[in-house]
Design a protein around this ligand. Structure first.
Ligand SMILES: O=C(CO)[C@H](O)[C@H](O)COP(=O)(O)O
Length: 314
């Protein structure tokens, strides 16, 4: 059957094609930023998907992480804090979850500084305003995870390879707080976290640095290799990572060890944070939280975070 025999073709309504290159700022089809910009320009607000839900903890370790994170946020992130550093690791999503629970009213005037790719994603997906430390070199509070913390609040960080940015944000913060589960609460660094001190190094120097680390007391120091890619792990800054276990007698004086490692040419940053934190929060299996303070006090909180987050004024 010919087309003509089937009757005249009805004029089809063509969909409006939006050619992105033909748009002008005034025709209303430009994709607009979701939030006011850092420069303070006001932009129309578009509705945003709700922040992704952090899955409820399914183990006592996850529950402990959440307890530590929520308690630390409740105690340290107050209404007047406007610039907040967000660390890395598996405890940090609970930190962001609790900050989001403080509500849009307080969060709309805040800017959040990430320590790496993971925390940047968390900030953006939670609908919080992203900034960077070069715009905000002074941070009100930074909250971060840790691999192990001793009684003087020295800690090992960098299990997730983010310790360079983490240290910058810790130093930039008026208040730096650690959050972790009970397994990270230790008396001597290296007792629980056996994989060694994470060290970020410039790639071309790694062999030389490994040799030097072997000489200064870490004969098993090795390059961190990727699990789902052939070759080494590459940090968010394009560098390599070395994990260097040291014997206990050297780990007992982390500051001396930090300075010795840092002096090796080609080392970018060492995952030893010596007495930088104001407090470390450890969630326990029994639902309590242990807080180690920078002045040596140890506090036990039996009924820590309430289910409702309320930002307080310090
Ligand atoms: O330092 C870090 C990443 O560089 C993390 O904070 C540290 O590894 C702890 O992570 P988690 O909470 O997953 O145990």
């Amino acid at each position: 059957m010919s087309l003509m025999a089937a009757g005249p073709l009805l004029p089809r309504k063509l969909p409006v094609v939006h050619d992105p290159w033909s748009r002008t700022p005034t025709d209303g089809v430009y994709p607009l930023p979701l939030r006011a910009t850092l420069a303070g320009q006001s932009v129309p607000h578009m509705s945003q998907p709700p922040p992704p839900k952090v899955p409820a903890p399914t183990s006592s370790v996850e529950g402990a992480k959440r307890l530590a994170a929520w308690t630390a946020v409740d105690r340290h992130i107050h209404r007047e804090h406007k610039v907040i550093g967000i660390g890395s690791g598996s405890t940090v999503p609970y930190v962001v979850e609790r900050i989001v629970a403080q509500g849009n009213e307080v969060n709309k005037d805040r800017v959040f500084i990430p320590t790496g790719f993971q925390s940047k994603e968390l900030i953006v997906k939670s609908g919080l305003l992203l900034g960077d430390v070069d715009q905000y070199p002074v941070i009100d509070v930074t909250i971060d995870g840790a691999d192990e913390v001793d009684h003087d609040l020295n800690c090992i960080k960098g299990g997730g390879g983010c310790h360079l940015r983490e240290k910058v944000l810790a130093e930039a913060a008026d208040t730096f707080v650690l959050v972790a589960d009970y397994r990270k609460n230790s008396d001597v660094l290296g007792k629980n976290f056996k994989q060694g001190i994470p060290i970020e190094v410039v790639p071309f120097a790694y062999t030389k640095i490994l040799q030097n680390l072997h000489l200064i007391g870490s004969p098993t120091a090795e390059l961190r290799m990727a699990k789902a890619k052939a070759g080494p792990v590459v940090s968010d800054n394009g560098n390599f990572l070395i994990d260097a276990p040291f014997p206990e007698e050297l780990m007992k004086d982390p500051y001396t060890l930090l300075t010795r490692i840092k002096m090796l040419t080609g080392v970018v940053e060492v995952g030893l944070f010596c007495q930088m934190a104001k407090a470390a929060y450890f969630g326990n299996q029994d639902g309590s939280v242990t807080i180690k303070w920078h002045d040596g006090r140890i506090e036990k909180v039996d009924k820590p975070a309430s289910p409702v987050a309320k930002p307080t004024v310090e």
